[in-house]
Design a protein around this ligand. Sequence first.
Ligand SMILES: [Zn+2]
Length: 278
Amino acid sequence: MNRFETEAIVLSTCDHGESDRLVTFHAAECGRLRGIAKGARRSRKRFANVFEPCSLVRLECRQKNSYTWIEACNLVEPYLPMRADIEKWACAALFSEIVLGMVPEGEPHPAPFFLHKQTLDRLERDKDPRHVLLLALLRFQLLMGYMPALDQCEICRRALKTDRNWFWQPARGKLVCTDHFCHDSGYVGLDTGTLALIHYMRTIPMEKTWRLRMRQDMKAPLLTGLLHWFRHHTGKEIKSVGVIDQIFPDWGIASSIIDNHNGKPSTFPNQMLMRSNI
Ligand SMILES: [Zn+2]
């Protein structure tokens, strides 16, 4: 029987059997972690209010018969101001959903956990939660080793600094210049400054991520591209996107991502989609 302690962020929770709860965490020590909280549905004293999604907790667990059992769970930070702001809460939920879909189970990889924790801290304090979300998603891509190069035209190898406007096809991770933008699949248009920011992020430590700033009009296409990219890699719907689209239609990211789950051609919102015939 192995016992261990770890700091963790609650990702999701559901009923398990008649009286237990099955809780999924993002844990510092072991990536994605699923544990059973015995009797949590019957006794509210033992695990009072500690399994709210996006809460930071301290876990005491034991492993027995190939299951992880949660012996104790203490609330470290409930992020109450963040929960009171629907835009911040939506960003936190979206980021957690992507973590849930991409962080492997049982693999020690502390950097994504610290990014997750920093993201929740920044969402609590920052006035522009969508900006925090974008930086967090970019950094997460980098940490997971999936960051596309996005540093030259894939066709002619033209360098970023030689043009202002670029076209990214997220599902293929492909970047092309104006001359080679002639396909009928969905692209998002990004400017050189945004691509330079992505490139620069590779060179700085995580703590400095939050100082980066990007053009306001680039946030929508970049978020659309990143969400398409994540959905392509996980093969899963991003449910939070539908909620965000209802609450913040001006973000303009959503319906295309949900509709595109079967691999059909993308239908990005018109203002962000660049097609060769428009
Ligand atoms: Zn080119």
